[in-house]
Design a protein around this ligand. Structure first.
Ligand SMILES: NC(=O)c1ccc[n+]([C@@H]2O[C@H](COP(=O)([O-])OP(=O)(O)OC[C@H]3O[C@@H](n4cnc5c(N)ncnc54)[C@H](OP(=O)(O)O)[C@@H]3O)[C@@H](O)[C@H]2O)c1
Length: 281
């Protein structure tokens, strides 16, 4: 497994396992156990996914030492305030049955995320969190946060796949030393992602699928990827991306696939923002 180093020296695996949309306890626990058996050592959960307990149970049941598994979680908007976020982090520690989280993210740069960030800074200094970061920051927002916060984000987790490449965001992250992490590295399967002719054709040269080609492309851009699947054969397929290298020509062809927009969420639509604020669990 390749690793990237955050600016505070913490090492993060470049390939992890996402558990969004697996709210059922047994299903999530089974998926995480299979992922750990496959070799994944980064699990990406969130309070809003309602499966932190399942992640904690699976890590314990796996018998893998806690320090060998990198656990990421995220705080949702309903807990964005200095006090609310401190309480929410404690809740995560309890549900995950651990006394520290490797990476804690604020799920959206919305609401009182400044107050919430101050809480993460405090808990980071106290050693309850090994690294702190943001999710869903567009480049202008990230630049503002990096100029404002005492401790700048170590990670920015954003949607990134061949249809939505976010190159400017990557450039800004590089400038501030923030490690990029891609959510929905398969565009959640939208636009027939897994049968895309360009990805399929490039992958075929290396005996790889469109999914593997897309993961490899992000890995070669210096991005951490966290694909989700509940199927063990797909977990293995998605894990098997470190034995080939896309050529410059392949990378250039994939670059042309960028549509410059998301099909999943529109952070520039006020009705989306309203919906994100009204989501509570
Ligand atoms: N920070 C944020 O706001 C945010 C937002 C969204 C997601 N995330 C994180 O990012 C992770 C990944 O994103 P995502 O789950 O939204 O989408 P994704 O990983 O792009 O796509 C997941 C979909 O692809 C399918 N799939 C996976 N591997 C496959 C393969 N090799 N061949 C064919 N189909 C395959 C899965 O189906 P099956 O499960 O049926 O195999 C599932 O329907 C999440 O789980 C979560 O941890 C973060």
């Amino acid at each position: 497994m390749e690793h990237l180093e955050l600016y505070n020296g913490v090492k993060i695996p470049q390939l992890g396992f996402g558990v969004f949309q697996i709210p059922d306890h047994e299903a999530a626990k089974k998926a995480v156990l299979s992922a750990l058996k496959t070799g994944y050592r980064l699990i990406d959960t969130a309070q809003s996914y309602m499966n932190e307990r399942a992640v904690g149970d699976a890590v314990k049941e796996s018998g893998i030492p806690r320090e060998e598994v990198f656990i990421t979680s995220k705080i949702w908007l309903q807990d964005f305030s200095f006090d609310g976020t401190q309480k929410a982090v404690m809740r995560s520690l309890e549900l995950l049955s651990t006394d520290y989280v490797d990476l804690m993210l604020l799920h959206q740069p919305l609401g009182d995320y400044i107050g919430a960030w101050r809480a993460l800074e405090k808990l980071y200094k106290e050693g309850k969190i090994r690294a702190i970061g943001m999710a869903n920051c567009y480049p202008h927002v990230l630049a503002d946060l990096c100029e404002t916060f005492e401790i700048k984000p170590m990670v920015n987790q954003i949607e990134m796949h061949p249809f939505f490449q976010q190159q400017l965001n990557l450039n800004i992250m590089k400038e501030y030393g923030v490690v990029p992490e891609a959510w929905a590295p398969f565009n959640e399967g939208k636009s027939d992602f897994f049968n895309n002719p360009i990805l399929t054709e490039i992958g075929a040269k290396y005996n790889k699928t469109a999914a593997q080609t897309a993961l490899r492309w992000n890995i070669q851009r210096g991005v951490v990827v966290i694909p989700k699947t509940v199927h063990e054969n797909r977990m293995q397929q998605n894990f098997d991306v470190f034995d080939f290298t896309l050529s410059d020509e392949d990378m250039a062809k994939i670059k042309e696939m960028d549509t410059g927009r998301s099909e999943i969420v529109d952070h520039f639509d006020p009705y989306w923002i309203k919906a994100l604020h009204s989501y509570k669990f």
